[in-house]
Design a protein around this ligand. Structure first.
Ligand code: 13P
Length: 249
């Protein structure tokens, strides 16, 4: 049985004081938690996450990683740097990076490799736009996105990744994929993982993201291949994030 995983993606939000209040609220309300949980914070706040989350059930991670190890790449953050600050996870290929920073499937694949090389768990984000979905290309788009990553991974690496299906049309829009719509895609993604490593694929956590909220989290996560959530807006309020984590248990 796969454990559920709920990750809060703070995106470009937060302040030292605000983060402290948010994290304290999460820790205070967590109780005995039966699911994995984490927050992915902007890089400048990772030291704060380490200071305030060490010894709690909440892990933390970055939102992006350089495909390079080190060197003259101004503005980039290397996997080893994230690891040094205690990160367990790093998002790669979030749709906002694909859209605003023109990240290609191949670049995302290199980022996933760099994360693994630093001992991080890459959370490989895939998702189609509304236009792609309307054109009947949704499955082709997400399988090409995941396929590019699988093409560079070793079979053993499959056990060390998380996948997140985030339909672009559902992100920040209040529109959510129905549980069945999401399940259909998750099942296809798991079958694709299984082509690389069948045993590992059965254990990979495949998250859903896109307007997941306390009101819809339980029914989404009740689907057989939906193993948790990647939460944007609702991760910025402790009560909402906690409700989603508790819905995952
Ligand atoms: P929302 O939950 O705000 O729709 O964002 C989803 C997301 O992009 C998480 O990475």
């Amino acid at each position: 049985m796969r454990r559920k995983l709920v990750i809060g993606n703070w995106k470009m939000n937060g302040s030292c004081a605000g983060n402290s209040a948010l994290l304290a609220g999460i820790i205070a309300g967590l109780g005995k938690v039966g699911a994995d949980c984490a927050v992915c914070a902007p890089a400048p706040f990772l030291a704060q996450c380490r200071a305030e989350l060490t010894g709690t059930p909440v892990a933390w991670g970055g939102q992006d990683v350089s495909p390079k190890q080190n060197g003259a790449y101004t503005g980039e953050v290397a996997g080893c740097m994230l690891a040094e600050f205690g990160c367990r996870y790093v998002l790669v290929g979030h749709s906002e990076r694909r859209a605003y920073h023109l990240e290609s499937n191949e670049l995302v694949a290199q980022k996933a490799l760099a994360a693994l090389a630093s001992g991080l768990t890459p959370v490989v984000c895939v998702g189609e736009t509304e236009a792609q979905r309307d054109a009947g290309q949704g499955v082709a788009v997400v399988t090409a996105q995941l396929g590019a990553v699988l093409a560079v991974l070793g079979a053993d690496d499959v056990a060390n990744i998380v996948v997140s299906y985030e339909p672009v049309w559902a992100i920040g829009t209040g529109k959510t994929a129905t549980p069945q719509q999401a399940q259909d895609v998750h099942k296809i993604l798991r079958a694709q993982l299984a082509q690389k490593n069948a045993e590992a694929a059965a254990g990979v956590q495949i998250l859903y993201g896109g307007s997941m909220k306390p009101e819809n989290a339980k029914e989404l996560m009740a689907m057989p291949d939906i193993d948790g959530g990647l939460i944007g807006g609702a991760a910025l309020k402790a009560v909402d994030f906690l409700a989603i984590i508790h819905a995952a248990e």
